[in-house]
Design a protein around this ligand. Structure first.
Ligand SMILES: [Zn+2]
Length: 677
């Protein structure tokens, strides 16, 4: 046939007839590969019409893969436990090659079945935690490859086990831990997953607002284990404002004289700042000495109270101590039964009850004088995060109890960063003084520490963002009363300068709230007429869910006149607390049943329970993100714990490979427990 066509082609090339052009019409029942050749070689402007869809698919070059296999499908869920044995039997049956078994099952059945030889896991629902995720993957553990087995990716080919995740909007609630895992598995990660997890992590950081500032962050300017570390890694202006020491706050810059009394490690000490002009502590100390030297004033204490402030004699010195712990045992053999803190020096120690003396009220007035000092710009060698005890011991003997000169470079809360800290010896005859030693240089010269030039820059960056108020600016600050001083000793926070309504909401929050709610107010007018002329604040809300309800904890205390209105997909909560009017207008992302909803005050805080119209998991509470509304992580971690235990109990095969895997997934989840970025 192609011979005829070739001939035809030659002939028409000779003359092109305008009036009656040559045409080729080819018809057929089925598409044929040869027609491609015909079209390419002999047709100028072909027009292809295919009327059968299956033929069009052939023309369109759809790749067809045919496997001579059969699929055998099993299912398993909690209500079918009686069927467990037969499911397992069928799963284990040797099928002819090319046949596949698909088992559809729920998470709670995984431990019961203890399957380890699956080759592919398809996650019908998104795993709610790395533990659950790991439990599913563990079904393939027989096929986990050790490193030498893995070889080049090309070689692995079909052998590689597969995990298929289907990401939908609903899955995002549980995404953080899984995200970490996926990152480590080098999986391609959709941007939606990143977006959601950022919000989740932010909520976690909020939870840490009242935690102490991380000691590693303070000591070195960074925390190596930020994700695992339970402490705070951002500056909280309320807690970190430099503490009041007397009528003045802790100095934030300039030169000071210090005496370290308690050496925590090579660069971290507690002690006193000595004010050469007006040393209120020196005056207090002299007064105490005079008072207690009169033996009639040495009144022993009948009943020792926790957090109480007492006097204590040590040789010829008198100290103010605060009781941290009292042993309940009244037995005479355990004499050292009171743990006290020397509030003007920073050290703690065990003393006997009879050593404690009644301390007159006027000796309570001066705030605790112990300040934390951190020597800057030096960190342990070899990437360590703790100082070697050798260097700590050396520095301890060198500096304890001695007067040092130091320059303050930063102060936060009760902590002062100093650079340098030196010991100066006066040469009396020569009327000059020489630097005896410089603490940082001593550590460096021992070879135990290395330079840490970034230290203070890192910390300053953090505090710049946080707007620390200095004590001078704050209005009407008075000397702390004895009760406040007691509290300050342990918490080193200041309460005296906070306004009356301070309590539950912090400075930053209320600023936030004003911005957030003002536009909402106008739209609310129709629904809630009483609020029209008022400025309102948006309360902080934490939410979590159960099968049938969503629970909202409103983070305000001492509420009055609280109201809660329920609509099909909307809730409006309002209340007074102190002088503030709070309002939250929440547009829910799913419907609720009005009659099943309630709002009660539980343990000081209002708690709203919303009845879900459908028993389904909510991936978020609101239609749109609201910075004042966050998921309650207390709850999230709980459910993770459960799955952890179920897995530990049931996993067989404690081979080395497996142990590695379990440990790994453990870390992932801890990671997420305290992540801060
Ligand atoms: Zn930390």
């Amino acid at each position: 046939m192609f011979a005829i066509l070739d001939n035809f082609k030659k002939n028409i090339e000779v003359e092109e007839r305008e009036s009656a052009p040559h045409q080729i019409v080819a018809v057929g029942v089925r598409w044929n590969r040869h027609i491609e050749h015909l079209i390419r070689e002999f047709m100028n402007d072909p027009y292809i019409v295919i009327t059968a869809m299956e033929e069009a698919a052939l023309y369109g070059n759809v790749q067809q893969v045919v496997e001579s296999s059969s699929v055998f499908c099993l299912k398993m869920h909690k209500e079918m436990v009686f069927n467990l044995k037969s499911v397992l039997e069928q799963w284990k049956k040797k099928l002819s090659s090319g046949s596949h078994i698909v088992l559809a099952l729920t998470d709670d059945c995984i431990p019961l079945l203890a399957i380890t030889d699956a080759t592919c896991v398809i996650h019908f629902s998104f795993p709610s935690s790395p533990k659950i995720f790991g439990g599913r993957l563990y079904c393939m553990s027989d096929h986990f490859q050790s490193l030498p087995e893995q070889g080049s990716p090309a070689k692995q080919g079909d052998k590689r086990t597969k995990s298929v995740l289907l990401l939908t909007e609903r899955s995002a609630c549980h995404a953080v831990g899984v995200l970490r895992y996926l990152e480590r598995a080098d999986a391609k990660i959709p941007s939606e997953l990143y977006q959601f997890t950022a919000g989740v992590l932010e909520a976690k950081e909020d939870k840490k607002a009242k935690k102490p500032l991380c000691p590693y962050l303070k000591a070195f300017g960074f925390c190596k284990h930020k994700r695992l570390c339970p402490d705070r890694h951002h500056i909280n202006p309320e807690i970190d404002m430099p503490r009041k020491l007397s009528n003045q706050a802790i100095p934030v810059f300039g030169y000071i004289k210090i005496i370290p009394f308690y050496i925590l490690n090579a660069t971290n000490y507690f002690g006193r700042i000595v004010d050469k002009h007006v040393d209120l502590y020196a005056t207090l100390n002299a007064e105490m000495k005079e008072y207690f030297e009169d033996s009639s004033n040495k009144t022993t204490i009948e009943k020792v109270e926790k957090l109480g402030l007492y006097g204590l004699t040590e040789k010829t010195l008198f100290h103010r101590v605060q009781v941290l712990e009292v042993s309940q045992k009244e037995d005479t053999w355990a004499q050292d039964n009171v743990l006290v803190k020397f509030i003007d020096e920073g050290r703690t120690g065990h003393v006997t009850r009879d050593q404690l003396l009644h301390l007159p009220e006027n000796f309570h007035i001066l705030p605790p004088q112990a300040v934390e000092f951190i020597v800057c710009r030096v960190k342990p060698a070899d990437n360590e995060i703790e100082w070697n005890p050798k260097v700590t011991r050396y520095i301890h003997h060198k500096i304890i109890g001695k007067l040092h000169d130091a320059k303050v470079v930063l102060a936060l809360g009760n902590t002062v960063w100093i650079d340098p800290m030196v010991h100066i010896t006066k040469l009396l005859n020569l009327k000059t003084s020489v630097i005896d030693y410089n603490v940082r240089a001593e550590i460096l010269s021992m070879g135990m520490g290395i330079d840490n030039s970034e230290h203070i820059e890192q910390l300053k960056k953090l505090s710049e963002g946080a707007k620390i108020r200095t004590v001078e600016e704050s209005p009407s600050q008075t000397l702390m009363t004895s009760a406040a001083a007691d509290a300050a000793c342990l918490q080193s926070t200041q309460k005296g300068d906070r306004g009356a309504g301070g309590g539950a909401d912090s400075e930053t929050n209320s600023e936030n709230q004003k911005h957030e709610t003002s536009p909402e107010n106008t739209t609310d007018a129709s629904v809630n007429k009483t609020t029209e002329p008022l400025q309102s604040f948006h309360p902080q809300i934490k939410w979590f869910q159960k099968d049938d309800v969503v629970i909202l904890k409103i983070k305000i205390r001492n509420v009055k006149d609280y109201k809660c209105k329920y609509f099909r997909d909307r809730v409006i909560f309002s209340a007074w607390a102190g002088e503030k009017f709070y309002l939250a207008d929440l547009h829910l992302q799913a419907n609720i049943v009005k009659d099943g909803c309630r709002c009660v005050v539980e343990g000081d805080e209002p708690v709203i329970t919303l009845a879900k119209q459908r028993r389904e998991s909510w991936c978020s509470l609101l239609k749109q993100r609201n910075p004042n509304v966050a998921f309650d992580f207390d709850h999230w971690e709980e459910c993770e714990e459960e799955s952890h235990f179920s897995k530990v109990t049931y996993s067989k095969n404690p081979s080395c490979k497996v142990a590695e895997v379990i440990e790994d997934s453990d870390q992932t989840s801890e990671d997420d427990g305290s992540e801060s970025e």
